[in-house]
Design a protein around this ligand. Structure first.
Ligand code: ATP
Length: 262
């Protein structure tokens, strides 16, 4: 796969430690994400993938470690600095997390209202543009989330995460719950948006097809830290039981065959 990434570090995590009471989730997590890459984050259930993402976007305060995003220290910021940083990334949470009482267009306008004071016509124009960008038809705009299919809801959530023209996108299991064709289409959408918008993408996934189809590198969370980061061929050579089971188990082999690897 072609690497669109540069050597510029967009996210840097060093020595991250998170715990909840007695439970230590992370103990020394290190990770660097380069501009323009799509990095996949995998790991068994409960290994702390979402907690890692939440730490990077400021929703979880770690007990130790350093996090910088866009070259700025993300852990010691004024409210204004944190707000400015947040304006430059988009997040698609696992559930899609659309507001059920708002239409798709209104959902997309929520972050716009938070950051800008724009007139209604311009807001509608931006919402329509984002809806088209994620491959939804214009009829999706006035619909409520309950009136959409699961795949359409994911796209609507993605449109909202793109509302502020972010340079960095966080996706938490975006293809969970989609049928294989819908998931493959969503993968293609992410890949094409990366190309057209120059995005850097941090994607938590259990979906091996997604890893093979769009990720430049994959970080494996296990044993409370990032065990290894590499391309899939590199990970296939990595000698750890979880990594071997994951990539060389039946599903891993099927995903590899589908992408013409191995
Ligand atoms: N707010 C919280 N309070 C207490 N424990 C938490 C909290 N958030 C996460 N945890 C715990 O931290 C651990 C890691 O959770 P996390 O959601 O990051 O896992 P994950 O790797 O994303 O899992 P999955 O693949 O199942 O989504 C889990 O044991 C979870 O119960």
């Amino acid at each position: 796969m072609k690497h669109a990434s540069t050597s510029e570090t967009i996210i840097s995590v060093k020595g991250l430690k998170n715990s909840f009471g007695e439970q230590v989730v992370h103990d020394g997590v290190d990770l660097e994400v380069k501009r323009g890459e799509i990095i996949g984050v995998v790991g068994g259930s409960g290994t702390g993938k979402s907690v890692l993402m939440r730490s990077i976007i400021g929703l979880q305060t770690p007990i130790a470690g350093e996090i910088s995003v866009f070259g700025e220290n993300a852990l010691e910021q004024t409210l204004e600095e944190a707000t400015e940083m947040r304006r430059q990334w988009g997040v698609l949470f696992q559930s899609g997390a659309l507001f059920s009482g708002l239409t798709v267009a209104e959902n997309i306008q929520v972050p716009l209202r938070e950051f800008y004071d724009l007139d209604d016509a311009l807001m509608d124009e931006i919402a329509a543009f984002k809806i088209a960008l994620v491959g939804l038809g214009p009829e999706a705009g006035p619909k409520y989330p309950s009136e959409l299919s699961g795949g359409m809801r994911k796209r609507a959530g993605l449109a909202r995460s793109l509302a502020l023209d972010p340079q960095l996108l966080f996706l938490d299991e975006p293809t969970a719950g989609l049928d294989p064709i819908g998931a493959a289409n969503f993968d293609e959408l992410i890949k094409s948006l990366r190309e057209s918008l120059g995005l850097t993408v941090f994607i938590i996934t259990h979906d091996l097809d997604t890893l093979y189809a769009i990720c430049d590198r994959v970080a494996v969370l296990a044993d409370k830290h990032v065990l290894t980061v590499g391309t899939i061929p590199e990970l296939l050579e990595f000698d750890h039981p979880w990594v071997q089971e994951y990539f060389r188990g039946p599903r891993g082999r099927a995903a590899a065959a589908a992408e013409g690897h191995d």
